[in-house]
Each structure stands twice: as C-alpha cells, then as structure tokens.
Design a protein around this ligand. Structure first.
Ligand SMILES: Nc1ncnc2c1ncn2[C@@H]1O[C@H](COP(=O)(O)OP(=O)(O)OP(=O)(O)O)[C@@H](O)[C@H]1O
Ligand SMILES: [Mg+2]
Length: 356
C-alpha cells in the first residue's frame, strides 16, 4: 500500500527521499531477488524548515542528497509530510480505483468533508472482513454497497513543483506518496508476524507533528495527526528555562534528565492526544492495542519513550525499520546506521513500495 499521488513502474533500484519538516532522510536501496539491499543513507537539514519550498531550492537539495548517497540511480521516490498531504478514510461506492480517484476530484466535500479542490488522489480499498463490525455499529447500510477506502491526496501544484524540481536535478520521479504510510510499509517488512496478526499503533514523532496509525491485522483502520513534535519540545524548554533554541536543543538531546520535569509537561498533551486516538479505536472495534511502535527523531530519546509509555499506559517501543534489509553500506555508515535507523522509517517504507 503506497497510496501514491503519482507513480511509475516498478524498479530495481531507487533513491527514496523523505522530505521531513526539519530533516531530510534518504535511502538508496536495490532489489536482489526477493531481498532488499540498503546501499547508502543520508540525513540532512531540510532547506528551510520555516518557509514553503520553491522548486529551485528542492532541486538543489535533491542534487546534494544524490551526491551524499553516491547514488547509482536517478530514480526517485518522494514522501511528503502531513502539511502537504492528507490521508483519510471514506466510504465510496463500489467501483475501480481509477474511477474513485476521479469521483473524489469532483466531490471532495461530499466524501472527505473538506474542500480539497485541485488535488490529486489515490485510494486503497480496505478488505471488508476487518471493518464489517465497525460499519454495522455506526449505521445500517442504506443504498448500494460501499467500500471502506483509505484516501490520500495532495495539491496538484505541489506535485507539479516536485516534478519540476526532480527534472532539473537531472533525476526521474517514480513516486510521490504521503509520509504517513511509509512506516506502515516498512513495518510490514520488518515485523511481518506482528503486522499480520496483532493490533498495534505506529507513532511517528516528527518536527511539528506526530502521526498515529492503528493497524488491525495489517489494515490501517485509523490515522490521526497531532500538532506536537520535537520542535514543541525544544521551544517549550527554551521558554521555561529562558535559554536559546539551540541551547534547549542541546540539552534535550545531550542531558535530558536535567530537564525531565519540564519535558514531561510538554509530552503530557502529546500523550493525551495519542491515548484519545487509541481509546477511540478500542471503543469502536472492541479490540485492544497491544503495543505502540515509535519512529521519528524523538524516538531516539529513551526518556521521551519512557514518558510516552507512562502517558499511554501501553508498551511503547522504538523500532528499527532496516532490520529486513541486507546491509551493503560503506564502512562508516555501517556504524552510524544503528543510531539513525528509527528516523528512516518513512524513506525505507516508500522505497519498498517502489521496489516490490
Ligand atoms: N536523540 C534525540 N533525542 C531527542 N530528540 C531528538 C533526538 N534526535 C533527534 N531529535 C529530534 O527529532 C526532531 C526531528 O525528527 P524527524 O527527523 O523525525 O522530523 P521530520 O521528519 O523532519 O519532521 P516531520 O515528520 O514532522 O516532517 C527534531 O526536533 C530533533 O530535536
Ligand atoms: Mg518525518
């Protein structure tokens, strides 16, 4: 399930770029039979994380990423963040996905309760077996049967800008997808047993936002965005301690136990919002979420993970989205990957979707 707004043909090699709000994460991967090799990765500051990107800036940025990766291919898969894409559930009349995309373009208000004009869409039909109960509970089916569908959308202008940027970087665009589904695809590969048999939540703590996706036996049944991420933690610390942003960032990463109380106060509302999503799912489906798997920059902090766990009252674990990959990295990166891995979930997930 890639949910691409734009997609090309399947490839053997790809450079997958996660255009994060604060950091760009990129991986170069290739398919070898039924296995995947990780050839290189790169983590770089996003060009300007406060403003909107221009095609020129993105193009220059992509060039430096390709260089840092020592990329052998110019085929790119791009993931865009929650500010630039929407992922929603909708009930649509039974029809082929290509028709759904068209119907959505003309009726966003009707199906998505939001005016998303000049957007491109993709749809993923959720197999009926798992959501029959939910549908029965909420409303008796009236009229023709419907599909429960996961819909992803992005502005056409953004897609055109990205296409232009990729072209002027001398590369080819294979796919543009919402970052939110990246961890889902990577998790399916990294932990196939848990993915297909359990009810779990995937949480990605980003810069401005955190996303939660609840997966029931492999189906994405709920996703939400909470507008709190690593940036709020640093800004909050800078404010209460009357220090600069850079100092607060240093303390947050280097000696977080010194500011434990202050950090707790910031993580509390994040935990509450995530718990509310879990409660909502559990109430609707009569199933318990057994574990929360966390990715994103802040999942690198043990303290953040502990605080989240005590708020959510369910096991919270960081997970490594690269465990199913054959490492074929340069020696230095072999050492660094351990640290960086939790941040690569989106990029790895989009790469897998392009290669499989
Ligand atoms: N070891 C660490 N401890 C705590 N926080 C960390 C650590 N390493 C990175 N971070 C935080 O992670 C954040 C960046 O995370 P990430 O790269 O996942 O965001 P992003 O993908 O750019 O944002 P988004 O997903 O919202 O677009 C920064 O705020 C940074 O302070
Ligand atoms: Mg991110």
């Amino acid at each position: 399930m890639a949910l691409p707004f734009l997609s090309g043909k399947k490839r053997d090699q790809v450079v997958s770029v996660d255009l994060g709000g604060r950091t760009t994460k990129a991986v170069q991967m290739q398919r070898k039979g039924d296995r995947f090799e990780l050839l290189s990765f790169a983590v770089m500051d996003a060009p300007i994380y406060e403003k909107t990107l221009t095609a020129d800036l993105v193009s220059e940025h992509l060039k430096s990423i390709l260089q840092a990766l020592e990329a052998k291919t110019r085929v790119l898969a791009l993931s865009v963040g929650v500010g630039d894409s929407v992922v929603r559930h909708a009930d649509l009349p039974q029809m082929p996905v290509s028709d759904m995309r068209q119907v959505l373009r003309n009726n966003t208000k009707n199906y998505l309760q939001q005016d998303l004009s000049r957007h491109a869409f993709d749809c993923h039909i959720i197999p009926p077996r798992n959501n029959a109960k939910t549908q029965d509970k909420t409303k008796p089916q009236a009229g023709p049967p419907k599909y429960r569908v996961l819909v992803a959308g992005a502005r056409e202008q953004l897609l055109a800008d990205l296409q232009a940027a990729v072209k002027s970087a001398g590369a080819t665009i294979d796919m543009v997808a919402p970052g939110l589904v990246g961890p889902v695809n990577a998790f399916e590969m990294a932990m196939p047993e848990v993915f297909s048999k359990e009810v779990i939540a995937l949480v990605d703590i980003g810069f401005k936002n955190t996303t939660i996706s609840i997966l029931q036996e492999g189906d994405l049944l709920l996703s939400r965005v909470v507008a709190i991420g690593g940036d709020r933690m640093t800004t909050g610390l800078a404010e209460v301690l009357s220090i600069s942003y850079a100092e607060a960032e240093g303390i947050k990463i280097g000696m977080p136990t010194e500011v434990q109380t202050e950090l707790e106060a910031i993580i509390l509302p994040l935990g509450r919002e995530l718990r509310a999503s879990i409660d909502f799912y559990e109430h609707q489906n009569d199933r318990a979420v057994s574990r929360v798997y966390v990715s994103g920059g802040s999942s690198r902090s043990d303290l953040v993970m502990q605080m989240l766990q005590s708020e959510l009252m369910v096991d919270c674990l960081p997970w490594n989205p690269t465990t199913f990959l054959q490492p074929a990295l340069p020696p230095q990166q072999m050492i660094e990957i351990e640290q960086v891995a939790p941040q690569l979930a989106v990029a790895v997930g989009a790469a897998v979707a392009t290669l499989s």
